[in-house]
Design a protein around this ligand. Structure first.
Ligand code: FES
Ligand SMILES: [Fe+2]
Length: 471
């Protein structure tokens, strides 16, 4: 194995017995891009992780001071504020930023704070011709230069230059807008590598937010993110997915400090199930029932015409091949992009990238889920957001994105019907998370243990976090 996997540093780690994702991908109908099945990881060891990283307010303060200001944070999608004068408020760990679209359609990110007595300039997204503070009326142009102030005769000590709104760094890629407080550090492109190279195929700049739901979760932001960073909890937490999910066949790659990739195959039965007596048709039927990304959730669809449903598996064909064929046809029809070249993997698998610390886009040609994670507002709560991006047909204007449907701690994901059956899947995850947070505080050992391979990405991000904390 080592000689065909040169990207593995050190000894290869043991893997689930049975077919690898690589062998599955090589059997796909159309060629799968190599980077989706090539192993790229290094053995990061097996040390336990201190539970206090999730629960200790002092550690949370360290994250605030040493990590968050130095990383690129996913702050908005371009379609959230497409026109000159549109603005978005992005807040995290007590900081507030105002992303303002400029006349040349570039983006500036100001600290969303009046330089007079400190009122936040804006508290929700909108459009404006100027930035006027609602308290005494200090006013800035949309480019951050001072426009004026009432009773200027009383502020002789304030020059225009001194009164420019302070700014954060802005980086844009693939329809995503990022900010970073610190002027130091890698460019966004360097930080995201190799993700922009991989996504050249999937072109998220041609997509638009069709669904956006956020919910406050009573658990540390890392615990929430990590609950979506491995697929192997499917066996107990999401058993309804097992008939069509190769949960422990998944591939887990890590690239440097900031990026990782999980590929969890769909359209194949979990190695946890006994295949005895199960037809390929059963896999397809269960997929259609429970897969959360079926296009009928958010596209006008009429059964097998638009959604690729009622798929019959012809004799001699696998469920995966039949689903791939059907999804290629349905997606080409629904979104006007010809995806007949796309592999089965790119049409159905859970291809999830994570970028440290708060950005997790799904890839492939199905409607793409995009997660964002951040503390809300303390170490015991997180805001988890789920977007679903769909492709804008060629030649059509990019519509404005939908606003976020905000669910409180008390509301369930299933109260956002636009998520379809994904809401049920997330509710299953929510049944763990509050008790993870409580358990971490109640722990006798004060530490958690991780799987060497299937949780290698959790360890990668924990290591990255500690690099910031310790420097
Ligand atoms: S606090 Fe903003 S104008 Fe006074
Ligand atoms: Fe889950």
């Amino acid at each position: 194995m080592a000689d065909r996997d040169p990207a593995i540093k050190g000894e290869p780690l043991p893997r689930c017995p049975g077919i690898s994702f690589r062998d599955m991908a090589l059997a796909d109908t159309n060629p799968v891009p190599e980077f989706l099945y090539e192993d790229v990881y290094e053995n990061l060891g097996s040390d336990p992780i201190p539970a206090a990283r999730y629960t200790d307010p002092a550690f949370f303060e360290l994250e605030k001071q040493k990590m968050w200001p130095r990383v690129w944070q996913f702050a908005a999608r371009e379609e959230d504020f497409p026109e000159a004068g549109d603005y978005v408020v992005y807040e995290n760990v007590g900081r507030s930023f105002l992303l303002v679209r400029q006349p040349d359609l570039s983006v500036r990110a100001f600290y969303n704070v009046c330089l007079h007595r400190g009122r936040k300039l804006k508290t929700e997204d909108g459009w404006t011709a100027e930035l006027q503070c609602p308290f005494h009326g200090f006013t800035w142009n949309n480019d951050g230069s001072l426009k004026g102030m009432p009773c200027r005769w009383d502020f002789k000590h304030l020059s225009d230059e001194k009164m420019r709104l302070p700014e954060a760094q802005v980086g844009r890629w693939g329809g995503y807008v990022f900010i970073r407080e610190s002027a130091e550090g890698p460019s966004l492109e360097e930080y995201l590598a190799p993700l922009p190279e991989h996504f050249k195929r999937w072109k998220h700049e041609e997509c638009v937010t069709a669904v956006w739901v956020g919910k406050v979760v009573p658990a540390n932001w890392k615990a929430v993110m990590e609950a979506f960073m491995e697929s192997w909890h499917t066996v107990i937490t999401h058993p309804q997915l097992l008939p069509f999910t190769g949960d422990c066949n998944s591939l887990y790659n890590i690239y440097g400090d900031n990026v990782n990739l999980t590929v969890t195959p769909f359209g194949v039965m979990s190695p946890h199930l006994d295949p005895e007596g199960r037809a390929q048709q059963w896999i397809v039927d269960e997929f259609v029932k429970y897969n959360g990304r079926s296009t009928d959730n958010y596209e006008p669809g009429e059964g097998d015409d638009a959604g690729g449903f009622n798929v019959r598996v012809p004799d001699g064909l696998t469920a995966r091949a039949a689903l791939g064929e059907s999804l290629r046809a349905a997606t080409t029809k629904a979104f006007g992009h010809d995806v007949s070249f796309a592999s089965d993997s790119e049409m159905m698998d859970a291809i999830l990238y994570d970028v440290f610390p708060n950005f997790s886009p799904w890839a492939g040609f199905q409607p793409n889920i995009v997660y964002r994670w951040r503390p809300w507002p303390d170490q015991d709560h997180a805001l988890m957001e789920v977007r679903i991006l769909t492709r804008v047909p060629p030649g059509e204007p990019m519509p404005k994105g939908v606003p976020m449907h905000f669910l409180t701690k008390e509301q369930k994901w299933t109260e956002a019907p636009e998520l379809g059956v994904l809401g049920d899947v997330f509710e299953q995850d929510m049944e763990n998370l509050p008790f993870v947070q409580e358990g971490l505080k109640a722990s006798k050992t004060g530490e958690i243990q991780l799987a060497n391979y299937q949780e290698i990405q959790l360890r990668q991000f924990q290591n990255t976090l500690m690099k910031y904390i310790n420097s």
